[in-house]
Design a protein around this ligand. Structure first.
Ligand code: PHE
Length: 455
């Protein structure tokens, strides 16, 4: 039962695992989504709830996912089944893995569209398209891009291909190599940008917006968004972290590793917020501008600041790297399953998956132009896919992982696999995964439903 290694390979060492998982976690969620949903949901109040969700729900569930992956040493679908068998339970737990793989496709489809915008902006910054523009022009450039289905298609396709190439290379020659190159670059770029933003003048206003707590600004819906985002930003509830965990060294400590990943992820989100909001306030722009926040406000700011073109280029380059390493992890659970269960080669698996997510992406892409009036529950396909995954499928996936690991795996299994140094740490984790994490998800779901029904 205790396989030494996955057939797909293993990370070279503990730090590679940390960097790869951080690469999965740090993505558009941190740099594009977090600032704009924080802006829409009242800033500090939202941020506080989000931090609680990361600590009380995200971290314990991430430990649970890594544990299952490393114990099962296979794709999430098969690892769920294997560990359920090991604990003497039914193989239908694999369905949690299935739901995750589906969520991965859905996320990829809109993720890739946004990543396509990023690629367009890298090219635009590089070619000087954004020199000397005001907020009106910046808005126009963004809206013209959204309306231009063909251009979007080109960039979306390019992004899917970039991910396919890495997936086709496999764990060591693909995922690990990308991690080694992209992650250090990402951190360097982030640091450069933080220094730049700290000198932008309005740093204090940005800080205040993110950390000033006003309870009145909070609604139950905002709490659901915060919970959903905690799952999204940590890549939980759909198998990415579980798949990466299955390539982890047997003796590396799960607790410390997971805390490092969660801390890095949170840090990047907060830094992104601290880089973006000062610029928003410096230009009297609206923090609640929605998904366009990063794509409209930042180019304006960059166009007016000394060296802005270079920094703008570097900024979007960094976002592109972050999106790339995350999208790879969205595809890995499915790829591993295809290789294990259907015996496909990595290349074939990546072609098949690439095609599926590319096609699904067309729906998300059309939401801004040709199919803008196809609404599901009053939402465009883009908004619906985002809502369905982040606010429903991921929390639900995480909920079931918590139930599974907390109540169905044996105590010996989890204690042995986590091998936490302090007995108290194990008890605290076990209590959280059995009671706190699942009930937090359940309560937030129930209150939202109640509110929607009452309204
Ligand atoms: N965590 C990534 C981000 O914040 C998105 C993601 C979600 C990646 C789920 C993998 C799985 O951008």
């Amino acid at each position: 039962m205790h396989k030494k290694q996955s057939i797909h390979g293993a990370w070279a060492n503990r730090w590679i695992f940390i960097l790869a998982a951080t690469g999965s976690a740090v993505g558009l969620g941190n740099i594009w989504k977090f600032p704009y949903i924080a802006g829409e949901n009242g800033g500090g109040a939202f941020v506080l709830v989000y931090l609680f969700c990361i600590l009380l729900v995200g971290v314990p569930i991430m430990m649970a996912e890594v544990l299952v992956g490393r114990r099962g040493r296979q794709s999430p679908i098969n690892s769920m089944r294997e560990t359920a068998y090991e604990a003497g339970h039914h193989g239908r737990w694999a369905s949690v893995g299935w739901m995750g793989a589906l969520a991965g496709f859905f996320i990829f489809s809109f993720y890739s569209v946004v990543a396509g915008w990023v690629l367009y902006y890298i090219a635009g910054m590089g070619s000087g398209q954004f020199i000397d523009i005001g907020s009106e022009q910046a808005g126009q450039i963004f809206n013209n891009l959204l309306a231009d289905a063909e251009t979007l298609l080109i960039w979306h396709t390019l992004f899917v291909v970039m991910v396919m190439v890495v997936i086709a290379g496999g764990v060591n020659k693909g995922l690990e190599r990308a991690t080694r190159v992209l992650m250090p670059l990402l951190f360097v770029l982030l640091f450069v940008l933080l220094v730049y933003s700290a000198n932008s003048g309005y740093f204090a206003e940005g800080w205040d917006f993110l950390f000033h707590f006003e309870p009145e600004a909070l609604s139950w819906n905002a709490v659901l968004v915060a919970l959903g985002h905690a799952f999204f930003t940590l890549s939980l509830g759909m198998g990415s972290i579980m798949a990466y965990g299955s390539y982890m060294g047997k003796r590396d400590s799960i607790g410390g590793t997971v805390l490092t990943i969660a801390a890095l992820d949170t840090l990047v989100a907060l830094i992104a917020g601290l880089a973006i909001f000062p610029i928003v306030f410096a230009n009297q722009l609206d923090p609640g501008a929605g998904p366009g926040l990063m794509f409209i406000t930042l180019p304006v700011a960059f166009s007016q600041m000394a060296g802005g073109q270079v920094f703008g280029f570097l900024f979007f380059l960094m976002v592109g790297f972050a999106a790339w390493t995350s999208a790879i992890s969205l595809m890995e659970p499915g790829a591993a399953w295809l290789v294990e269960t259907l015996g496909l080669s990595r290349v074939r698996a990546s072609i098949l998956l690439g095609f599926i997510v590319w096609a699904l992406g067309l729906l998300a892409l059309g939401s801004f132009n040709v199919t803008a009036d196809w609404l599901v529950f009053g939402m465009t396909a883009f908004d619906f896919l985002d809502f369905l995954t982040a606010n429903i499928m991921l929390p639900l996936g995480g909920f079931f992982v918590a139930l599974f690991v907390g109540w169905y795996l044996t105590r010996e299994m989890t204690e042995d696999e986590l091998a936490l140094r302090w007995p108290l740490a194990y008890e605290a984790w076990r209590f959280t995964i059995r009671y706190i994490a699942p009930s937090a998800v359940a309560v937030i779901f129930a209150l939202n439903l109640y509110q929607k029904l009452a309204a």
